[in-house]
Design a protein around this ligand. Structure first.
Ligand SMILES: Nc1ncnc2c1ncn2[C@@H]1O[C@H](COP(=O)(O)OP(=O)(O)OP(=O)(O)O)[C@@H](O)[C@H]1O
Ligand code: SF4
Ligand SMILES: [Mg+2]
Length: 326
């Protein structure tokens, strides 16, 4: 892609400093994201997907969590260097995040209308249309039926799917350039889930926003994503175009993930079918972190962490096997 990336993440490290040790939640993550592109982030529970997303938003839980290294270039400016008040302008306007549980994003004591209005007010205010009308327009954009009536509902008066749509409306209120969806559809049933995904795609086509899609579901990856980053123990094990990743996975971990997915069009939780456990992030083994579970492990794997190897256009993985030509 010739266009400059909207987001260029370089060597990002986010650690937690706990009483029992340093948890390397994000340990040298790099990727780029272009306007209009959808990048999937997949990986087992605890691999650092959410912490990567929260780092981009500069919302890592404080004070234990710290971005200790790396750059997050958004339109060329390093977000790591921004103050929290500068970030407040960027969050909600340029970069938005939709979380898994809509109840944690919505305030139970305010009507949904109020909450959408509040976001519209904070975003670039267009005085030509009233705030209420703009909020109702947004609710109808995310396909909430009878938005004028729903405007006065409290979150608990809506179904889970509707609440997630409201969160979606809030997220797109400021016409963000980057939307991060962290397991945003997990709590929805299959039909509502696919309607919601179709809606996100539609909005993306309309606005050209870039999306980061964090999910456990390879069916969603296949349908939604252009490129995929596979995370393992705080690092990107492999990154590739979605087709290349499915057709020719280079990293043994990705290979194992693919084997555990019988059919990418099915909703499958792949997490439990790979033998062994990921390593504790505060006690990483020397060398390749996948070595204890890897069927191809050899001596060098235990000595140092593998370099990132290019295996094709825009396709790279961290594995010694690739360097040795295996
Ligand atoms: N406040 C904290 N203190 C210490 N460690 C933390 C804290 N929050 C998260 N971690 C650790 O950071 C690591 C990465 O967590 P993260 O939430 O990014 O995982 P994830 O890939 O999003 O997993 P899931 O698929 O379960 O959502 C985990 O090992 C987790 O235990
Ligand atoms: S570096 Fe070695 S242990 Fe790690 S994934 Fe590659 S072959 Fe397996
Ligand atoms: Mg998570």
């Amino acid at each position: 892609m010739a266009e400059a990336p909207i987001l260029d993440v370089q060597g990002l490290k986010t650690y937690f400093f706990t009483r029992t040790g340093v948890v390397k939640a994000v340990d040298g993550v790099s990727f780029t994201l272009h306007p209009g592109e959808t990048l999937g982030i997949v990986g087992e529970s605890g691999s650092g997907k959410s912490m990567t997303a929260l780092s981009l938003m500069r919302l890592v839980p404080q004070p234990a969590g710290q971005i200790v290294e790396g750059r997050i270039l958004f339109e060329g400016e390093d977000l790591v260097q921004k103050t929290q008040s500068e970030m407040q302008h960027i969050r909600g306007r340029d970069i938005c995040m939709i979380l898994q549980d809509p109840m944690t994003s919505l305030n139970p004591v305010f009507t949904v209308g109020n909450q959408v209005v509040e976001t519209v007010r904070q975003g670039a205010p267009d005085r030509s249309i009233g705030l209420r009308d703009r909020a109702i327009d947004l609710l109808s954009k995310v396909k909430i039926a009878s938005p004028e009536i729903r405007f006065s509902n409290f979150p608990h008066q809506m179904s889970g799917g509707m609440r997630q749509r409201v969160v979606g409306a809030i997220a797109i209120a400021g016409a963000p350039k980057v939307l991060i969806a962290d397991e945003a559809t997990t709590s929805l049933d299959a039909t509502i889930q696919y309607q919601y995904l179709a809606l996100l795609k539609e909005l993306q086509e309309e606005t050209g926003m870039a999306i980061i899609f964090i999910t456990h579901d390879f069916g969603i990856v296949a349908k939604m994503c252009d490129r995929v980053a596979v995370m393992y123990a705080g690092k990107v094990a492999e990154i590739a175009d979605v087709r290349d990743l499915f057709n020719s996975p280079a990293h043994p971990y990705t290979e194992a993930l693919m084997r555990s997915v019988p059919n990418v069009d099915e909703d499958v939780d792949f997490l439990y079918s790979i033998e062994g456990q990921p390593p504790a992030l505060d006690d990483l083994p020397p060398g390749c972190t996948f070595a204890p579970r890897c069927p191809y492990v050899f001596d060098r794997c235990h000595e140092e962490f593998p370099d990132l190897v290019n295996v094709g256009s825009g396709h790279s993985a961290t594995c010694w096997k690739l360097e040795e030509g295996g």
